[in-house]
Design a protein around this ligand. Structure first.
Ligand code: UT7
Length: 333
């Protein structure tokens, strides 16, 4: 069995910058509150005339393919993680196959919200390990801004999220000392209702009603923020520790930690718990907010562009979110 390695990374964020002051014009919030509670200064919102979750993913994918020195025709399989697909069904993976003009390869859609990218990476990694595929495209992309409640009722959720996309190309590693060393995936469905969007739903009530679309309605994300926060600060260090122990490493061996960009306070907590210096921990939530399945590949792509990831570095990815689901990946770059 061959390890897979990240052969190329890419990202795309929409041009429109929305500052905290812009949001304060829509709801009872302030730049000070948002910065203090989350670290976010601004986020990007999509352009309805040109951006979709799938085509933002395609843009990130093209950059990742260039970075890997590969053509779309070299890709054997697509894994697409999102909670905000273009259609209720089919998922956006098939649109990527079409837009990249690739032959009729398989396209799988992953629905694990903030942990979606690591789940998707794990799927791609294991297809390569078993020898079934050679090059796998893994994408995380989200458009949150069209589904947020900008009334006061939704303010604790809507100030957090932003739009964007990231992608990686996975290819076989030359040796098993390098590449994705392990992935660890977890879920605890009893907490599904602590962070969710209920409608449109296929069970229990009509799929979509006018009532559901009113401020505070079921089409908007519901989040028990404090509760999610408390679980996140426990699960992040736990799942990172699991990855390190599995591979015989300690926190001091980590060169770069890329956590899902949920909240800067959560990231700082994890950093302190693991006693990591700030320069080893990647944070870009200040610019993009929480982009769910896209946050890790966007941060990875930027970190690589900025020279923060070097050959042989031990890179750890970790995520926690709706489900609850949480996950980690340990990579020897
Ligand atoms: O991405 C995956 C999972 N998501 C997360 O990991 C998010 C985890 N949770 C969080 O990041 C935080 O809980 C939030 C940022 C969502 C909220 O921060 P918090 O420190 O937990 O605030 P809170 O919900 O306890 O609210 C504190 C106060 C409340 O007012 P009172 O009751 O103290 O008078 C809220 O009504 O802040 C108020 N508030 C706001 N004020 C201004 C809530 N949202 C806002 C807002 N602007 N946007």
């Amino acid at each position: 069995m061959k390890n897979s390695r990240i052969a190329g990374v890419g990202h795309y964020v929409p041009e429109k910058v929305v500052t905290n002051d812009d949001l304060a014009k829509l709801m009872d919030t302030s730049d000070e509150w948002i910065r203090e509670r989350t670290g976010i200064r601004e986020r990007r919102y999509y352009n309805p005339e040109k951006d979709t979750t799938a085509n933002m993913g395609v843009k990130a994918a093209r950059m990742a393919l260039d970075d890997a020195g590969l053509q779309p025709s070299d890709i054997d399989f697509i894994v697409f993680a999102t909670l905000s697909p273009d259609y209720f069904f089919p998922g956006p993976g098939v649109t990527v196959q079409e837009e990249l003009g690739i032959d009729t390869i398989g396209a799988l859609d992953v629905r694990n919200q903030c942990s979606g990218f690591i789940y998707a990476l794990s799927v791609g990694d294991n297809f390569i390990k078993t020898g079934m595929y050679n090059n796998v495209l893994v994408i995380g992309s989200e458009i949150h801004s069209s589904g947020l409640d900008f009334s006061n009722e939704g303010r604790s959720v809507s100030v957090i999220f932003g739009d964007g996309a990231g992608a990686v190309v996975l290819s076989p590693s030359e040796n098993n000392e390098k590449g994705i060393l392990s992935t660890h995936l977890h879920s605890e469905g009893k907490f599904a209702k602590e962070l969710c969007v209920v409608a449109p739903s296929s069970s229990g009530h009509e799929r979509l009603t006018e009532e559901m679309m009113k401020p505070g309605g079921l089409i908007y994300p519901i989040m028990n923020g404090n509760y999610v926060f408390k679980h996140a600060v426990q699960r992040f260090p736990e799942v990172i520790g699991e990855a390190l122990k599995h591979n015989g490493y300690s926190p001091q061996d980590v060169d770069v930690l890329i956590p899902h960009q949920a909240n800067l306070r959560i990231t700082k907590f994890v950093q302190d718990t693991m006693k990591l210096p700030e320069e080893k921990v990647i944070s870009n939530i200040q610019k993009y907010g929480n982009t769910t399945a896209a946050s890790i590949p966007i941060a990875l792509s930027e970190a690589k562009q900025e020279g923060k990831i070097k050959e042989n570095d031990l890179v750890c990815l970790a995520a926690f979110g709706s489900g609850f689901t949480w996950a980690s990946a340990l990579i020897r770059w």
